[in-house]
Write a protein that binds this ligand. Structure first.
Ligand code: PGA
Length: 252
């Protein structure tokens, strides 16, 4: 049976002091659920990564982004070896805010995923359609392209351990979460696309998360669905009480 995954994406929120408060509040809970079938993670800012890593008990820490080069003249960027050295073992890739504001493409996401594979680091690869694409009924063609281009050239072994997050852009931070039916249909579709290209065995290992206005009051509905293995949560992951409420709701 697959474990359930709950990852909080803090985006550009929380000072170091606030991150320390959160990690301290979550520590015991993260250790408590470790024995259960739940994996908890947080993607803080680069600055807060080491402290959340140190204080967060069994919380997995994710970078929000990486550069695909090992080092060099890329002002403002952070490389995989830098993250590796502080014990970070995974990163989000291709979040829609990175795609929109920082012009990331399926091709750059692919380079980043390949670089992570080279370093044996996991990823949560984010995909999702815009409101316009959704309204034009292009969701599945957009998702298929994002998945196939993003995964191009990765080994089947790496793909079989990958986590993919379906985050419709129109549902992120808007309070307009996708219905469980839509989320379930697209999460299943992602696995089908991978199965068609790489075979059932590879596809069966992939975890697919839903993200977009997930809150304590709706998380269980998503995670009870057989095609949704977890949630990537922005706004509702910022307060420890709300994060703990989500954990409790998926436990029960
Ligand atoms: P949200 O963000 O939960 O605030 O909608 C989700 C995300 O961006 O991963």
């Amino acid at each position: 049976m697959k474990r359930k995954i709950l990852v909080g994406n803090w985006k550009m929120n929380k000072t170091m002091k606030e991150a320390i408060e959160f990690a301290n509040a979550l520590k015991d809970k993260s250790i408590e659920v470790e024995k259960e079938n739940i994996i908890l993670g947080i993607a803080p800012s680069y600055l807060c990564l080491p402290i959340v890593q140190k204080l967060g008990g069994s919380l997995i820490t994710y970078a929000q982004n990486v550069h695909y080069e090992e080092s060099g003249a890329f002002t403002g960027e952070v490389s995989i070896p830098m993250l590796e050295e502080i014990g970070v073992s995974a990163s989000l890739i291709g979040h829609s805010e990175r795609r929109t504001y920082f012009k990331e493409t399926n091709e750059t996401c692919n380079l980043k995923l390949k670089a992570l594979e080279k370093h044996d680091m996991n990823a949560i690869y984010c995909v999702g359609e815009t409101l316009k694409e959704y309204e034009e009924d292009k969701t599945k063609s957009v998702i298929k392209k994002q998945v196939l281009k993003g995964l191009e050239g990765l080994s089947e072994e790496y793909i079989s351990e990958l986590t993919i997050a379906y985050e419709p852009v129109w549902s992120i931070g808007t309070g307009k979460n996708a219905s469980k039916e839509i989320a379930s249909d697209i999460c299943k579709y992602i696995v089908d696309v991978i199965a068609d290209k790489y075979g059932d065995e590879v596809a069966s290992g992939v975890y697919v998360l839903y993200g977009g206005s997930v809150k304590p009051n709706n998380i269980k509905e998503y995670l009870d669905d057989e095609h949704i293995d977890g949630a990537l949560v922005g706004g509702a992951s910022l307060k420890p009480e709300s994060f703990i409420e989500m954990i409790e709701n998926i436990r029960g």
